[in-house]
Design a protein around this ligand. Structure first.
Ligand code: P6P
Length: 349
């Protein structure tokens, strides 16, 4: 395979890049890559096998768990349990964190937070879905890792990445030294380096938001949407609207083509919908490493205080110039949104 560099080869090659270069993080990333290949196999034949439809159970979000959600969760947890490098797993599908109490993991130093199958409501209609993962090093140095090791600020991540199961399957990750993308070559069953050193365009003309909630958006977001729609040739407007309902797909497009993805707070979701620990923090780390920007409209996502495994946040993320424009509109028309019970809006840190 002349010129092809697999994920495994790349991880080993870059191992010296991070301070704890004893191979532990390399093995952890390898374990995640293996689980991603297993999930990919099932996602790609979901329409064939009897794994569509609700599994009957529901997750902490109260959402019906589709069988693929459950399968993906099991695969990632199993890979992390058997890999020996992870001591705690936080998953969107599990109410509490999972402490991995096994002989092989007794010296494990890493915490992994994961959304095993994000956008899973799109599976039945064959729209891209994704896995999002975030990796921290435990803070405590002895005994059993605890919640204090889990609830760390996004700036403390040592690695983050996503898998997008789309027209091709890609794994994109960062360890804080830039962002690299790998495409799965089914003929050899390997993720191969296809997008080295990914850079998010500083500006763009694609905005991504669920405009169905328009009436419930803060005024600043309404103003930004109208700004995107106004005819203005010098600033390449009107922009194009693209929204898939899968955060991973919308952000992957923005990473490659430029653009902005917004899931703001609304009256129904006064703290936003998306989860900080296993959706917004990892995506913000990746986007910032690629030269983009990520906030809740007012404060940098990676600096938000983490107080709960499943806490939600508003998010404005993507090309730097577009995010700055949206933040300007929020500052001007929805300054420091404060708690107002009748609108259900909350104070922004
Ligand atoms: P809505 C999928 O359920 C998800 O968590 C993200 O992947 C996606 O961006 C968002 O929710 C879609 O939410 O309210 O627009 O359907």
């Amino acid at each position: 395979m002349q010129g092809v560099k697999t994920l495994g080869q790349f991880i080993i090659e870059k191992q010296a890049d991070f301070p704890y270069a004893k191979g532990e993080l390399s093995r952890l990333l390898r374990d995640i890559g293996i689980a991603a290949k297993l999930v990919n196999r099932e996602v790609n034949k979901a329409g064939l096998a009897d794994i569509l439809g609700d599994a009957g159970s529901t997750n902490i979000q109260g959402e019906g768990q589709k069988k693929l959600d459950v399968y993906a969760n099991e695969q990632f947890i199993s890979a992390l349990q058997s890999g020996g490098e992870c001591c705690i797993v936080v998953s969107e599908e599990n109410d509490e964190y999972l402490y991995i109490d096994s002989e092989i993991s007794k010296n494990a130093k890493y915490i992994v937070a994961i959304d095993p199958l994000d956008g899973s409501s799109n599976i039945d209609v064959n729209v891209a879905v994704g896995t999002i993962f975030s990796i921290y090093r435990r803070k405590s140095t002895e005994g059993k890792a605890t919640m204090d090791d889990v609830l760390q600020q996004g700036t403390q991540q040592v690695a983050a990445g996503y898998v997008i199961y789309g027209s091709s399957t890609m794994l994109v990750y960062t360890t804080g030294k830039g962002v690299n993308g790998f495409t799965l070559d089914p003929s050899i069953g390997e993720f191969c380096l296809s997008h080295p050193d990914m850079q998010m365009p500083k500006d763009g003309n694609i905005y991504s938001i669920n405009e169905g909630y328009y009436t419930h958006f803060p005024d600043g977001i309404k103003k930004y949407i109208k700004y995107c729609q106004v005819e203005d040739k010098p600033t390449n407007r009107p922009y194009t609207s693209r929204y898939t309902g899968s955060m991973v797909a919308d952000l992957h497009r923005s990473l490659i083509k430029g653009g902005i993805f917004i899931y703001p707070m609304t009256a129904q979701a006064p703290s936003g919908k998306l989860r900080l620990v296993y959706e917004c923090n990892p995506m913000a780390f990746i986007v910032e490493q690629a030269g983009g920007k990520a906030s809740n409209g007012y404060s940098r996502i990676l600096e938000l205080e983490v107080t709960d495994l499943h806490q939600r946040t508003a998010i404005v993320i993507g090309s730097e110039q577009m995010v700055k424009k949206a933040e300007e509109m929020l500052a001007c028309f929805s300054p420091q949104i404060t708690k107002r019970t009748f609108e259900g809006l909350v104070t922004i840190q």
